[in-house]
Design a protein around this ligand. Structure first.
Ligand code: SF4
Length: 377
């Protein structure tokens, strides 16, 4: 089996009791896999009985009840099941979180989810472009069907999209525009199952001059549309403000004309002050592209959604930074930016209902490319 992973993958260690937003306290449904459930059922101890009492069944799956977080988290923020029984006896999802995986036969991809504050820190402090490595591992081949020709074309194209996201010869906003202009062709080729066309698109996007042509064309297309930039900002933030949130980040998306005007007025000085830190949102964009675009291999009608949502979420985070900059006259500091990225991932990216709202918005609005581009030009 070949495993592909980003270079930060092996740098991650859970910071446990030092974590300010421990994932065990989030009230998520924690699935208990069958091997772990059997182990708990066989435990003839108080802990075993408490574990079995805390697990409930729904549609044939088993979950830990946790209204206000996991009942087995100690006051110090550590897992008492792991401390007592060993890491091999906590449920697979607890052992693996925040790591994520995708399997295609004898090929597997791994990554780290941004909803974890330590991952957010790793991503936001990695100044060099994130690199991806492959190695051989000893693991059984996955037997779920997929089209291997499609996987090869999607991988090649995703490498190109990541290369664009990391092309520091362009500003981050210009890179987002290049991605937006590529979406329609990619989406059509994916829907037609045309792998040759995907390879051709990939070849075109590799050409520096072609990328520059897109930027110049987009600048012409959107010249003098400052009123539309206001509308696009309002569309982006009102979409996000209408979602369900567990915590207080929702209020960061509620805006009015006064806030929008202040954000647009502050934008050029924000661009200047944030330029040395652009690698942060570059890495976030690379994360979204790496994690989601590969899924087109199985969901060929989702290419547009995965690409536009990567741009949408990157711009949403930039918008959060810009909003605080406009209010305070200075950039939110590094800790604050790490917090906002983690919180956004936890509340939006990791909430399937909220992601569906973004996908619906992208599919229904009809001019998503233009709305997103107006926020970049
Ligand atoms: S959020 Fe990350 S660092 Fe914090 S407890 Fe969970 S896995 Fe560990």
């Amino acid at each position: 089996m070949t495993l592909r992973y980003p270079d930060i993958f092996n740098e991650f260690t859970c910071i446990g009791s030092d974590c300010k937003d421990n994932c065990c306290k989030m009230g998520w449904d924690i699935e208990i896999d069958s091997g772990t459930l059997d182990y708990y059922r066989g435990l003839d101890t108080d802990l075993g009985r408490r574990l079995c009492e805390s697990i409930y069944e729904e549609d044939g799956c088993y979950y830990m009840s946790q209204q206000e977080g996991c009942p087995f988290l100690s006051a110090e923020g550590l897992c008492t099941v792991q401390q007592t029984c060993g890491a091999e006896h906590i449920s697979e999802i607890c052992r693996e979180h925040p790591r994520f995986y995708e399997w295609f036969g004898d090929y597997k991809e791994a990554g780290l989810g941004l909803c974890c504050e330590e991952v957010s820190r790793l991503v936001m402090t990695h100044e060099r472009p994130i690199l991806f490595t492959e190695k051989q591992i000893d693991e059984e081949t996955d037997d779920m069907a997929f089209d291997s020709e499609c996987l090869a074309a999607v991988k090649m194209l995703r490498d190109r999209l990541i290369d664009i996201a990391q092309d520091r010869g362009f500003s981050l906003l210009q890179r987002l525009v290049i991605l937006c202009y590529a979406v329609a062709d990619i989406h059509d080729a994916m829907q037609d199952g045309d792998c040759e066309r995907l390879k051709k698109i990939s070849g075109m996007l590799a050409i520096d001059g072609f990328r520059m042509e897109i930027v110049i064309q987009a600048q012409k297309d959107f010249q003098g549309q400052s009123e539309s930039a206001k509308e696009s900002l309002s569309w982006l933030f009102s979409g996000l403000a209408g979602m369900e949130y567990m915590g207080g980040i929702k209020e960061r998306f509620v805006i009015d004309d006064e806030i929008i005007d202040a954000m647009l007025k502050a934008e050029s000085s924000f661009e200047r002050d944030y330029a040395p830190f652009e690698y942060e949102l570059e890495n976030v964009l690379v994360y979204f592209l790496y994690r989601y675009f590969i899924k087109c291999t199985r969901y060929d009608d989702m290419a547009e959604d995965y690409l536009f949502s990567a741009v949408y979420m990157t711009l949403a985070l930039r918008g959060l930074f810009l909003r605080e900059y406009a209010k305070n006259g200075v950039l939110p500091d590094k800790e604050r930016r790490i917090y906002l990225v983690k919180e956004f991932s936890k509340e939006v990216e990791y909430d399937s209902d909220n992601m569906d709202i973004i996908y619906d918005d992208i599919s229904c609005c009809g001019d998503t490319r233009d709305k997103l581009c107006r926020l970049c030009l």
